[in-house]
Design a protein around this ligand. Structure first.
Ligand code: HEC
Length: 413
């Protein structure tokens, strides 16, 4: 249809200021420009296809990471942004149509609307990114750092205090969970020996076929005390997708009588045995004269009667109030024993894909601003609207890419 419109204007070609001298006609020039644009869009599609392959390989190898981590994205923001972009593609198409039909005021209006919607899109993206960075839902090691360190572990006391305040405000008779003191390592060592050592070994080295080597475990390192407590209370059965050995880790190490405080003591000992490998014994190992491997020095093993625990008091949950700004229905990954290893990979991919797409939106906004500027100077009409047409093609591509990104990142499951 555009060719038909162009055809009508063949007469004035020689005087057309937009016709470059190496083209025979405006139609030819338009077709050449369009071909060039499609070749460029082809390279863009290749670029994103490569990244989608990366996504497919990671998701194929680690579906659990994607299932787990996608819950930290807000579907509502994602869906709203999808709507915003679809609408902006529509206004862009109307802008192209207005240029072809010589409706200058509509052209300016629709270009302006498209620009406004693009700003909306980036604004929503900025809200999402800010939240992710505040909650350390990002790539790399930072993911493992607790963004609100005051609220757990030693700070559980503080959380419980605010819980008590709530209780008294609501005048409810229910009991607040008792504060957990940081674990006592000496007591914990004895409890570890009577319960955990059977499978994990006295030094946490793991007993063949029974328990796992704890030394240098990144799983343990990646959880704070509250998270570890939740894990030990739950255990990890062989049918658990996170189970790595096919052997059961019984809840509370098989002793249901343990209170949370007992387990906190044990955790203090777990922290000692699980220290990253080579930390303390590096010096010993460095001596070439010593042929024997360093054996951790253990005092003689004895169990006192007094370690027999009283009967269980019933479930006492660990009260950790959800951090401010954190969605209450989603657990904080730092305290979540069900977090799969390397959950942060998801965020590497999320930021890579949405970041690159965001840059494309930004470039699109520059193009649209430039088109708007030229439209205000009345440069477009039925005989010359190539820039609007090509800018529109680019904008549709940006839109289509997001339409793929939204379900791939936000709508897993
Ligand atoms: C009956 C044997 C058994 C006992 C007793 C036991 N565990 Fe385990 N534990 C396991 C097994 C098996 C695993 C590995 C599960 C898997 O395959 O992921 C494990 C895993 C763990 C892990 C996770 C390690 C990692 O790197 O994934 C921790 C932490 C742990 N146990 C702590 C304890 C503590 C603390 C106690 C004592 C209160 C205890 N376990 C008692 C068998 C046991």
């Amino acid at each position: 249809m555009s060719e038909a419109i162009l055809g009508e204007h063949r007469v004035g070609e020689l005087h057309d200021p937009h016709l470059a001298h190496h083209f025979d006609s405006s139609t030819q020039q338009f077709s050449a420009a369009k071909l060039g644009m499609w070749i460029f869009l082809g390279t863009e599609i290749l670029l994103f296809s490569g990244l989608f392959c990366l996504y497919a390989v990671f998701r194929g190898n680690h579906p659990e990471v994607f299932h787990y981590a996608h819950q930290f994205l807000d579907k509502n923001w994602g869906a709203l942004n999808t709507l915003v972009l679809i609408l902006s593609s529509f206004t862009m198409a109307l802008a192209v149509r207005s240029a072809q039909t010589n409706h200058r005021r509509e052209l300016i209006l629709f270009l302006g609307l498209t620009l406004l919607l693009a700003v909306d899109f980036l604004g929503i993206k900025a809200i999402e990114y800010t939240h992710k960075f505040r909650e350390n839902l990002v790539w790399g090691k930072r993911f493992l750092e607790d963004p609100h360190p005051g609220l757990v572990g030693a700070g559980a006391v503080q959380a419980v205090k605010s819980d008590e305040r709530q209780v008294s405000e609501n005048a409810r008779p229910s009991q607040a969970a008792p504060a957990l003191a940081p674990g006592n390592k000496d007591r914990g060592r004895d409890l570890f020996r009577v319960t955990c050592a059977a499978c994990h070994g006295l030094a946490g080295q793991g007993m063949p076929g029974l328990g796992k080597d704890m030394r240098g475990s990144s799983f343990i390192e990646g959880l704070d005390d509250a998270g570890l407590l939740a894990f030990i209370k739950k255990g990890r059965q062989p049918n658990d997708p996170l189970n790595t050995t096919g052997k059961p880790m019984p809840p509370k190490g098989g002793n249901p009588a343990y209170t949370d405080q007992d387990l906190m003591d044990i955790i203090a000992q777990v922290r000692v045995v699980a220290k990253p490998k080579g930390g303390g014994s590096a010096k010993v190992a460095a001596k070439p004269s010593e042929a024997a491997p360093p054996v951790p020095e253990e005092p003689p093993f004895e169990i006192h009667k007094s370690f027999l625990q009283p009967a269980a008091e019933g479930p006492v949950g660990l009260a950790v109030t959800p951090a401010a700004g954190h969605r209450a229905d989603v657990p904080d990954p730092r305290h979540d024993p069900n977090r799969p290893a390397n959950a942060q990979t998801f965020f590497s991919i999320y930021f890579l894909l949405t970041g690159l797409h965001g840059i494309h939106v930004l470039i699109g906004m520059m193009v649209i601003s430039w088109l708007l500027f030229r439209a205000l100077r009345d440069e477009f009409g039925p005989s010359y609207f190539t820039p609007v047409d090509l800018g529109g093609l680019y904008w549709h591509l940006v839109d289509v890419i997001w339409i793929f990104l939204f379900p791939l990142l936000y709508l897993i499951k």
